[in-house]
Design a protein around this ligand. Sequence first.
Ligand SMILES: Cc1cc2nc3c(=O)[nH]c(=O)nc-3n(C[C@H](O)[C@H](O)[C@H](O)COP(=O)(O)O)c2cc1C
Length: 316
Amino acid sequence: MCYKYHVGIPEMLQTSLAGLTLRNPVIAAAGTCGYVDALADAIDLHEIGAITTKSITREPREGNAPWRIIPSNVGMLNAIGLANMGVARFVAEEAPKVRACGTTVIASVAGHTIDDYVAVASAIDLCGEFRAIELNVSCPNTSTGRHFGSDPATLRELLAAVRPAVTHGALFVKLAPDMADPVAMAECAIACGANALVLCNTMPAMAIDVHTREPRLSNRQGGLSGPAIHPIVVRIVHDVYARVARNANVPIIGVGGVFTWQDAAEFILAGASAVAMGTALYADPASPRRVVRGLEQWVREQQVQNISQLVGQISQ
Ligand SMILES: Cc1cc2nc3c(=O)[nH]c(=O)nc-3n(C[C@H](O)[C@H](O)[C@H](O)COP(=O)(O)O)c2cc1C
């Protein structure tokens, strides 16, 4: 356990995010670190700002058949298909681990229908262990995974039903990287009560085996993550921050291809208050530690007291 590090970590990385206080702005991304404490085998969870659970649905799901994760030379394609234990087991078996796990835990929620989202969000909210619920309306790997994130009208309908069910913590909304108008979607999420925006999920993508002529993922298509999507999401974070989130005072979590502290710092300068790391955990589950250390050094070099002073500070 890296005791020296989490005791000694200066307040310069402490991050305030929609009412949550994170010890640093580095979060493990949904679906890439299990439920609550799976990452603890690789890294002391005291070293990271938060973890996000894989998306939880009303019923247990097996997910898609293999192959459902394949490498690409620009990142990774996955079509896991929201495999998870279902909300009843999640609340019974995973929620009790939250208090002792050493970091803040954000619960990700997915569903096919509005009723599904409300049922899962209510059950998780009522158990009182999670500081935030993240609505996944941007999963490219199920038939309805992107439905509620596809346009402002459907998102509004969903949030009108879910918002009242989340009373114990903050409500985050996670959007896709290929929205026609990210600013309009962000505006809608904020107007409907989102306390933070998570930008973004994976990019719809495909790979084909040229020998068999078969799609390489059993689901035919999947989501691309990793370095290839990083500059795309930097632009989305930048535009959403500048045009809506800054004035609304709603924080952004930047997600997409964060492998190094420089990737994280880019997101911060574009307007993110925190970053999440997903694909990097597959290459090195302890990589968030390097990013935290690099950010700490960067904040010192930039001669500010706290990393929040660098949020959105790209030169004009
Ligand atoms: C294997 C895998 C599983 C994922 N599962 C989920 C999930 O359950 N819920 C969700 O909101 N995002 C999920 N994601 C998306 C990530 O949380 C993240 O938004 C995306 O991978 C981009 O970040 P990255 O480039 O750092 O991986 C998954 C990504 C991967 C690679």
